[in-house]
Design a protein around this ligand. Sequence first.
Ligand code: URA
Length: 221
Amino acid sequence: PPQASPPPPPATPPAVVELGAVSGLDWQPLREAVAGCTACALSQSRTQTVFGVGHPQAHWMIVGEAPGEQEDLRGEPFVGPAGQLLDAMLRALAMSREAEGEPAQRVYIANTLKCRPPRNRNPAPEELQRCEPFLVRQIELVKPRIILAMGRFAVQALLRSSEPIGKLRGRVHRYQGVPLVVTYHPAYLLRNLPDKARAWDDLCLAAAVAERAGAGLSPRA
Ligand code: URA
């Protein structure tokens, strides 16, 4: 029988989004760059990109993992069940994603991935790598006083650490000089209610750090 022809070579991977290509972008061009991104295969399965939400000059920056089903449909991060828990926790600190008033009440919320992974599977290393420049630029533009990294993918992206959350929480880390507090992902908290008290402690630590930064004091590391 004739020999089967060799399989076709894999399609050329799309160009990696270079940090340089987004490094100087202001909000609107950055938003457009995200909306048009085709750097990984998630661009083919998404309904839309999920850029981020909140005040562009917030004291708090919250970083989650990736859009889920609701987020993919609505184009906003944390609008499903995990987002409702997050909003409730923020409300308890007199903060909200809609806050326009006091800077201390403002928050900006973004994910490590701007597109939903199919069936909410974990982000792949290559997807995280290609999407990272967008988050880096969002943090540069917000210039937060405190970053709250929720869950292991946010921690991996920002701290380059694969230590478990339980080992990293409870102290102040740094991302590019910005104080960073690690906590559990709210979707995890929905399944592990006893850890909610620890997450609340983490939010209180973050609030104390942000307040100290405002008073010109360096946060206790
Ligand atoms: N989980 C996340 O990490 N981000 C979202 O936007 C929604 C759920």
